[in-house]
Design a protein around this ligand. Sequence first.
Ligand SMILES: [Zn+2]
Length: 371
Amino acid sequence: MEAQRFIERFNQYCPEWLAEPGDPVGLHIGTLNKPAKRIMMSLDVRPNVVAEAIEKKIDLLVVKHPPIFRPIDRLVTDDVQINMYADLIKHDIAVYAAHTNMDIIPNGLNDWFCELLGVQKTTYLVKSHQVVMKKLAVFVPMEEAGRMREALAMAGAGQQGNYRATSYTLGGTGRFTPVRGANPTIGEIGKAQQVQENKIEVIFPETMEEKILSAMYQAHPYEEPAFDLYQLDNLPTKYGIGRIGELDEPMETEAFIQKVKSAFQLEGLRVIYPKQKKSLIRTVAICGGSAEKFYRDAVNQEADVYITGDVYYHTAHDMQETGMLVIDPGHYIEEVCKKKMVEQFNLWKNEEGWDVEFVVSASSTNPFSFK
Ligand SMILES: [Zn+2]
């Protein structure tokens, strides 16, 4: 299987355009124009992960944290970080990162956290995107319809809820007369022509317009493809970062803290008790990674607890005044993405009949220990 093909499917599930502005998602190292027999999922790119990838003969490494977050000004391999990049290039291991887009997508990281904690009826903690849907109706000779449908689906058109590659096809007659200067695929200059054509309709988010149109132009046999493009007033897709929802049964604060600890298999976690304690926890807000900046959103939505990593000392002081409990389980809880993503990859593998092996990285990249 081509690495590119896998990333196209990955992008249908976790589109790059959903990432926060300035977040360097996408291909970081190597090329996708090569076959991929083994693809590994890791949270980070660290030297132990690279050694594992080399040992396991990995062709493509998919990670949550973009390895090149700041511009590099030189390529001297005495530096550990640079040496890692060099090792990856030497062993032809491509690296692809999906970061804040993985926090936003439905059935993504924050949903998996909610699943682990038994948080239900979830909505978004912070609304991030509202995407307008568009429809493309393209007219092609009947015998080219299959190829066009395939090209549009490959580019990511036709996703609706849990269905992909949706389209509608209608038959009809296309008429045209090529005039001087034309170079018609079918017909001759000055002669009226009739062709049995299909009208293929597909929907897609407006953010994908360029990609879909370019796939359409590429697959279309005509010099002047005929198509309609319009905006749909129904189906706006809303996205958001973080989740907020309810526990089935309210829990005592201390019991809930223990629940978080065991759900993420932690040796320890940090708790910021509000000055005015609540005794029961029912509404839970969560955003993985370092998302202290959203704690006000959790307060405004009357969360009893907010769970996020990397809380800063002074922010913790502010949080204490809110009346909301804050649990900082660390950033590393995001490692659940390794197993969960590979489960997802294997579903695609079955659907597509890919000849590829998906590997959950066994290397820990947690820099913190509790003593
Ligand atoms: Zn993170």
